[in-house]
Design a protein around this ligand. Structure first.
Ligand SMILES: [Zn+2]
Length: 129
């Protein structure tokens, strides 16, 4: 530190304030999007849960059935889509991207279903009977 320290500190405070505002805004946006979107996708194969994956994390999920990769689900920018599929119709690929709760992609030939769910278990209500 030298004679410039006062000047530097003032600039530092302005810079830190800007960074704090940016962090605050991006954090707020993240919470906002988490409240509006399902935060997790669930992949089921033949009615059984294959796995759950956070939509916040970009990733590429190979769905293996009988030691063969049948479908590849990709998560990017908070959305999930079927990137590759071994089925002949490729309807699942054409179903596009999902991001909101209860939206799903279905690959009928491979019996693969990708659904946006919340992180919590679904509540059991009177609809079950
Ligand atoms: Zn398909």
């Amino acid at each position: 530190m030298n004679g410039m320290s006062k000047y530097v500190r003032k600039n530092d405070i302005i810079l830190l304030s800007c960074i704090a505002v940016l962090i605050f805004v991006s954090f707020g946006l993240r919470i906002h999007s988490m409240m509006n979107n399902g935060s997790t996708i669930e992949i089921t194969v033949d009615g059984k849960v294959y796995g759950r994956y956070a939509l916040e994390q970009d990733q590429r999920i190979p769905v293996e059935i009988d030691d063969e990769t049948k479908n590849i689900v990709v998560i990017a920018d908070g959305e999930a889509y079927m990137a590759e599929a071994s089925c002949p119709d490729k309807l699942c690929i054409h179903q596009g991207r999902i991001e909101s709760r209860s939206q799903s992609i279905v690959c009928l030939p491979n019996r693969v279903i990708v659904t946006v769910v919340d992180g919590e278990e679904p509540e059991i209500d009177s609809m079950t009977d």
